[in-house]
Design a protein around this ligand. Structure first.
Ligand code: NAP
Length: 286
């Protein structure tokens, strides 16, 4: 039976990390006289995207940073968006740039992401950030997988030599997740829609990360006894990618949806904006 003792509480950890961010922002302001600033860029008015960007700005302000919003019409072209992002990239008052995605279909999303300078890519979406993640160099991680790594560290999950199975290979989630787990010395298997016999691969996982985008997709009987199960899925109705009840009865640790991975994603964005601002302003936070 499911117990609450094996829950990984992302909400509680996020709260603690944000308190630390608030203290760091106060130090940055005291030392440099400058208030760190995150800009959110939104193209069109998709209701979910409007809500997400508002949440991100709210968190930003709650830790004492400034947030700025750039809202562009739904018919914005790739070139117009790239120009806008490049001008924010050159603005010394801006320390982090977040392009809310998905963008409307006429925009080349990758081209728009790549217009964000590496030093301001606090959402970790550029090829540069994927490269630094993969090479284990300093830089910004993609926020969802980086938040998952923070959660795994908090719960002292030893990844060395463990078999981690990642389901999903998107550029912002599955792939960087696999690279971060590899960097932490796990042996990693990446699964996707063409993978054969997914259940038997998942069953080998000491750590399983579900990043599929299909409600209750991962079944409880795919999970090895004692595995650590991370559900990155966020489907309509607050439903994850893992059949929670069944998986929780097998797992040693499991993230709930909501309250697991989700709060860590925004928190990582805030954390990386603080780090980026400190670096940009020459403030040593150590
Ligand atoms: P995505 O770009 O749609 O990628 C989904 C991945 O799942 C793809 O790699 C796809 O394989 C794979 N997949 C689809 N069907 C599969 C199947 N039957 N068997 C195995 N693999 C399959 O989605 P995403 O952006 O990575 O997001 C994944 C989930 O995480 C979504 O629920 C999303 O809402 C959630 N998410 C949550 C947060 C958060 O903050 N909590 C942030 C971002 C995303 P192919 O590559 O072969 O198509």
């Amino acid at each position: 039976m499911e117990t609450t003792s094996n829950l990984m509480d992302g909400k509680a950890l996020a709260k603690r990390v944000l308190e630390d961010c608030k203290e760091k922002v106060a130090r940055i302001i005291a030392i440099s006289g400058v208030t760190p600033c995150l800009v959110t860029v939104l193209v069109g008015a998709d209701p979910a995207s409007v809500t997400y960007t508002a949440m991100k700005r709210k968190r930003c302000e709650a830790v004492g940073m400034t947030s700025m919003k750039v809202e562009l019409p739904a018919e914005t072209t790739t070139q117009q968006l790239v120009d806008q992002i490049q001008s924010l990239g050159q603005d010394a008052a801006v320390h982090g740039i977040l392009l809310q995605h998905p963008v409307p279909s006429q925009v080349d999303e990758r081209a728009a992401f790549e217009a964000i300078p590496g030093t301001k890519d606090v959402d970790g979406v550029t090829m540069h950030s994927f490269g630094t993640t993969s090479f284990g160099l300093p830089g910004f991680g993609s926020c969802t997988p980086a938040g998952i790594m923070t959660l795994l560290r908090e719960y002292e999950v030893d990844l060395t030599g463990k078999h981690a199975v990642v389901i999903g290979r998107s550029p912002i989630l599955g792939k960087p997740m696999a690279m971060m787990l590899l960097q932490a010395n796990a042996t990693v298997t990446i699964c996707h829609s063409r993978t054969q016999d997914l259940p038997s691969l998942v069953k080998q996982g000491d750590v399983v990360v579900a990043a599929v985008g299909k409600p209750n997709f991962v079944q409880g009987d795919w999970i090895q006894d004692g595995a650590v199960v991370i559900d990155a899925g966020y489907n309509p109705g607050n439903v994850g990618d893992v059949d929670f009840q069944a998986a929780a009865s097998k797992a040693s640790l499991i993230t709930p949806v909501p309250g697991g991975v989700g709060p860590m994603t925004i928190t990582t964005l805030i954390q990386q904006t603080v780090e980026g601002a400190a670096r940009g302003l020459g403030v040593d936070l150590t």
